[in-house]
Every structure is written in structure tokens, then in C-alpha cells.
Design a protein around this ligand. Structure first.
Ligand SMILES: Cc1cc2nc3c(=O)[nH]c(=O)nc-3n(C[C@H](O)[C@H](O)[C@H](O)COP(=O)(O)O)c2cc1C
Length: 212
């Protein structure tokens, strides 16, 4: 089936894109408003974009309802310039989903989800205490595109629980961290526990030897 973007309603484009750009990592983003009120919300339009300097990107749509009101996360980051990406692992899946509910203003997502905060090292915004890893970020830029915002965050600190780090690299013990990914928006996620395969990179010299 071919889909012409020009003829598709926004919801269909959303459905198709998020089903095809998958699995996606999930950033459970903590941010604070000017008064220091905490906010937490998951975003799967998320990835790292470069490592030198270390930059992550988030795609944040407006609040539902067509009134061009930015989601609290985007608003907070614009106003205070800081946020934390808490890595979503299998044990945090249900709590993450609760944080994704569009609660009316004044309701605390972290409290609703039974999550606690722990101080960050490099930014004022705390990380989630139950998260096994977190990226402390400062806003590099927010780019407004139509009804969405692309937020670029420079990573200024990385927290990982000791048990998930192999200090030799250092490498993340990804097989043990059990991060989850989001699939098509129908509530589908993938687990990574027991699902790893290893494909080593092929140095060119080795590749040549294998050719006839
Ligand atoms: C797994 C998951 C991923 C999500 N990814 C996005 C996303 O990438 N962009 C977005 O705008 N909303 C996304 N949402 C919806 C937001 O999390 C939701 O609108 C949230 O209430 C926004 O909160 P805020 O207004 O406090 O920022 C996602 C929800 C879930 C459950």
C-alpha cells in the first residue's frame, strides 16, 4: 500500500510513522517549572543525535485539543533550560505509562505513579530515584515545527547504577539493564531481556580475506 502524505490526516501519519520507526527508546523526562514544581512525562520521539558533543533530541507535540498549547515538558524546558532523561526499563513500564496520562494541571505525575526523586549532580532538575540510569541535560535549542517542538539537549551528566556498568569500557551492561522500546502506539512495547544477538563489526582487512 502506498500512502500519500498530502492526502493523509495527521493521525494516520502519526500511526504509520510510529509503527515504522520502531522499536524506539523511551525517555521518561523530568523537568521543573519556574516555581520548582516537578513534571514527568514519557517521550519516544527520542534518541541521541551525536556524542561529540553529546546531544539528545526529543519530539514534543502540543497538548491534545488543537489550542496550540505546548506540553508541560516543552514549556518547562524553554523556561528553565534543564531536564533529565530517565531511562525506561521493564520494572518501570507501568509507572512510565501512568506518567504519560494527560493529567489536568496541578496533578503530580510522579505522585500518581508512586515514583520518588533523587538529586541530580549537574542540573537542578532531579532524576527519578527508581530509574537505573539517567541523562542530565541542558537545553541547547528548541525548534518549533508546525504543531510540534524538537528539543535538543546537551548531556552534561550521566548517571548509571554501578551494577549496570562494566568499568573496562566503560560499557553499559545492556543485557542486564532491560530497557524497553515502544512499537506502534497501540500500547505495544518490546522487552530486551533475553532478546540480544551479537553481530561484531567487520574490519576491512578481515572482510578482504573472506572475499574470493
Ligand atoms: C510510551 C509513550 C511515549 C510517548 N511519546 C511521546 C512523544 O514522543 N511526543 C509527545 O508529544 N508525546 C508523547 N507521549 C505522550 C506524552 O507523554 C503525554 O502527552 C504527556 O502527558 C505529556 O506530559 P506533559 O504535558 O507533562 O509534558 C508518549 C506517551 C507514552 C505513554
Amino acid at each position: 500500500m502506498d500512502f500519500e502524505i498530502e492526502k493523509l490526516p495527521a493521525k494516520s501519519i502519526y500511526n504509520l510513522l510510529i509503527g515504522l520507526v520502531a522499536p524506539r527508546p523511551i525517555a521518561l523526562v523530568t523537568s521543573m517549572n519556574e516555581a520548582g514544581r516537578m513534571n514527568a512525562a514519557p517521550f519516544s520521539s527520542y534518541n541521541y543525535l551525536c556524542t561529540d558533543p553529546p546531544v539528545v533530541g526529543l519530539g514534543v507535540m502540543n497538548k491534545p485539543g488543537g489550542n496550540f498549547v505546548p506540553k508541560d515538558t516543552a514549556r518547562n524546558i524553554r523556561r528553565t533550560g534543564e531536564f533529565v532523561v530517565n531511562v525506561v526499563t521493564e520494572d518501570l513500564a507501568q509507572q512510565m505509562n501512568i506518567c504519560g496520562t494527560d493529567f489536568p494541571e496541578g496533578m503530580d505525575e510522579l505522585e500518581m505513579a508512586g515514583l520518588d526523586t533523587a538529586p541530580s549532580k549537574n542540573v537542578k532538575v532531579p532524576r527519578i530515584a527508581q530509574a537505573h540510569a539517567a541523562l542530565e541535560c541542558v537545553e541547547h535549542a528548541t525548534i518549533e515545527i508546525g504543531r510540534s517542538r524538537i528539543i535538543l539537549g546537551r548531556v552534561v551528566g550521566i548517571y548509571v547504577e554501578d551494577q549496570f556498568i562494566d568499568p573496562a569500557g566503560p560499557y553499559v551492561k545492556s543485557e542486564e539493564l532491560h530497557a524497553i522500546g515502544r512499537m506502534n502506539g497501540l500500547g505495544s512495547y518490546v522487552k530486551t531481556q533475553g532478546a540480544f544477538m551479537t553481530i561484531p563489526r567487520i574490519p576491512y582487512e578481515e572482510w578482504k580475506k573472506g572475499q574470493r
